[in-house]
Design a protein around this ligand. Structure first.
Ligand SMILES: Nc1ncnc2c1ncn2[C@@H]1O[C@H](COP(=O)(O)OP(=O)(O)O)[C@@H](O)[C@H]1O
Ligand SMILES: [Mg+2]
Length: 272
């Protein structure tokens, strides 16, 4: 572990009871305060217009808690726009987005929702550790938590490396580490496995499944259909419309196919 620097900037009024680093997500379930059946995300009739284009023409979706939900579909289909809406950084034209029982973007959701943007949003001129120290200060996380998260994303050996000198896959894992830092109840990850080799991809999907097992909800976008098998549930999005919202097995049964890709193609041609 890199030194003993502990970033402590949490104001006493906001202090929450400490939880052991080994089970940081226990607080997600302990403090959720909602019924287990209430969806983590509830979207109704969402319309988003970007420029002159209606990107989401009226989308309704519930994302259940404690699952890994894959948001799959071709580039340009509206995945990033939808995820931006969920984390509250996208202007919406109409409709509603509720996250953990609150309107998307509410101030009290900031610590409960982790967002990994599609393009890594970390500082190239800082080291991995310095980036996490910086973002850790914003999320009231100290060195122990930073070290634990670095291990989760398999970057312990790169803690002292400057981010600008990392590979694309390593940089995106720094971004993922930042999203994980506050041990959020909901993780919104925009194409987190792009550019990773098969081994790393597998280890990240294993991490996602572990987090879901601890009660975290994960909404993970990908344009790679073979990632579908790793998800508990799949939402297929094409041209701003949901073609399917089902378990991988349910989707294959409903379309008479044996892969998410074949199911997607069958649904696409049926929708035309
Ligand atoms: N900043 C923007 N201004 C206007 N249109 C945009 C902007 N960003 C994305 N779009 C459009 O929104 C649509 C959906 O894009 P996006 O949500 O990024 O899809 P995906 O993440 O599935 O690739 C695309 O047609 C894209 O051209
Ligand atoms: Mg995108």
């Amino acid at each position: 572990m890199s030194g003993s620097v502990t970033v402590e900037c949490m104001r006493p009024a906001q202090r929450q009871p400490p939880l052991p680093d080994a089970v940081p997500h226990a607080r997600a379930t302990a403090q959720a305060g909602h019924s287990a059946a209430a969806p983590a995300i509830s979207i109704r009739d969402l319309v988003v217009i970007r420029g002159k284009r209606t990107v989401l023409p009226g989308l309704t979706l519930d994302v259940p808690r404690g699952q890994v939900v894959g948001l799959l579909g071709p580039s340009g289909g509206g995945k990033t726009t939808l995820l931006r809406g969920i984390v509250g950084v996208q202007i919406i034209h109409s409709g509603t987005i509720e996250v953990l029982g609150r309107p998307a973007g509410s101030a009290d959701l900031r610590r409960k929702v982790g967002y990994m943007t599609q393009a890594p949003s970390v500082y190239g001129d800082l080291t991995v550790w310095e980036n996490l120290q910086y973002f850790g200060a914003l999320a009231d996380c100290g060195a122990r938590r930073i070290a634990a998260v670095l291990e989760q994303v398999d970057l312990v050996d790169h803690a002292a490396d400057q981010v600008a000198n990392l590979s694309g896959g390593q940089r995106s894992r720094v971004s993922l580490a930042v999203a994980l830092l506050p041990a959020p109840e909901l993780l919104v990850l925009d194409e987190p496995t792009v550019g990773l080799d098969p081994l790393l991809r597998r280890s990240l999907w294993e991490l996602f499944a572990r987090l879901a097992g601890e009660g975290v909800t994960l909404l993970v976008s990908s344009h790679v259909m073979d990632e579908a098998a790793r998800c508990d549930r799949l939402v297929l999005l094409s041209a701003g419309r949901i073609l399917a919202d089902d378990s991988p097995a349910g989707l294959e049964a409903a379309t008479g196919t044996t892969s998410a890709e074949a199911a997607f193609l069958a649904l696409e041609s049926a929708a035309r």
